[in-house]
Each structure stands twice: as structure tokens, then as C-alpha cells.
Design a protein around this ligand. Structure first.
Ligand code: ZN
Length: 164
């Protein structure tokens, strides 16, 4: 994805208030992020580990989604798989995250949830730039482009559930 700025990020969130977007912890190291290798930007709030965020680019511009880790550290010893990049992790490397739905649905308390890599570094696992401890990636006969395309579809599907 193309590099984004802090103000781009704060303006992109679809499922939190303007005040929340203003206060949220945006990464300080945006200049050093490996943008060429990122399909989306994901991060955790270092001061509040239950908070996570993702920002992706689509035809309509940037879309940011604020997430909550549903049960921090649950399933610590189980193997589980990220629903975006299909990387398997052990030791809490995958977390169930929930997003408040955008607009009226969210105000009514509706959320959607999915299992994601706990560090949201799916792009780097796909490219082999980060390795998943004892888990890992199953062998697949897909090219990197196909893996990325599938991740983008999975991501769009999740964001569609937040926005829709
Ligand atoms: Zn992942």
C-alpha cells in the first residue's frame, strides 16, 4: 500500500467517534513501516493491549477499523489460524478480535468478530518476512500474488461486515 500519514489514519476510521479517532494510539514509526510489503496497516496500542487497529486502501480511499481483542491471552496453548492470511500460530499468536459495526448498527451494540494474527502482521507472514513460531504456513501451491489476492478478499469481506 502507499504510505499514509497520521492525519490520513485518524480520518479513516468508520467505526469509532471522532474523539476516539483523535485519541487513539497511531504508530510513531510510520516513516519506517515497510509499505511496499504491506497489504494493510495493522497495529496494537502498546499502552492498551486489548486495542488493535487496521487501515486499508480500497477504491473508496482509506478505511480504518478499530478492533478489540475479545479475550486477551485466551487459548494460549492452542493452535489457531488467522482468517485473513491463513497463517497458523500457537501461543496466543492468533486472537479473536471484534469490531463495533459502523453507524446505527454499532450504536445499537452490534459487533463482528474474526480471528486475526495478534500482531496484525499478515502481510509479512505471507511474504515470509516474519515467521510464526511453532505454527507456520501450510504448504500451498499458490503464488504470492494469489495469496495476497485471497487476503485482500478476506479483508474486504470482514470490512464489509463492519460497514454493511
Ligand atoms: Zn494473519
Amino acid at each position: 500500500m502507499r504510505p499514509v500519514t497520521e492525519s490520513d489514519i485518524r480520518a479513516s476510521f468508520v467505526n469509532c467517534t471522532k474523539g476516539e479517532a483523535k485519541r487513539m494510539a497511531v504508530p510513531k514509526d510510520l516513516a519506517e513501516r515497510p509499505w511496499d510489503d504491506l497489504d494493510f496497516l495493522g497495529w496494537r496500542d502498546p499502552a492498551a493491549p486489548e486495542r488493535a487497529y487496521m487501515v486499508l486502501e480500497s477504491g473508496e480511499g482509506l478505511t480504518g477499523v478499530a478492533l478489540r481483542l475479545a479475550v486477551p491471552n485466551a487459548g494460549h496453548f492452542r493452535k489457531s489460524m488467522c482468517s485473513l492470511c491463513l497463517t497458523t500460530h500457537t501461543g496466543g499468536g492468533v486472537s479473536l478480535m471484534t469490531a463495533r459495526r459502523a453507524g446505527r448498527n454499532g450504536q445499537d451494540g452490534n459487533t463482528v468478530g474474526a480471528y486475526f494474527c495478534a500482531d496484525l502482521a499478515c502481510s509479512l507472514y505471507l511474504r515470509g518476512k516474519k515467521r510464526a513460531g511453532l505454527g507456520g504456513r501450510m504448504h500451498e501451491s499458490l503464488s504470492l500474488e494469489e495469496l495476497i489476492a485471497r487476503t485482500e478478499v478476506n479483508l474486504a469481506e470482514f470490512v464489509g461486515r463492519v460497514v454493511g
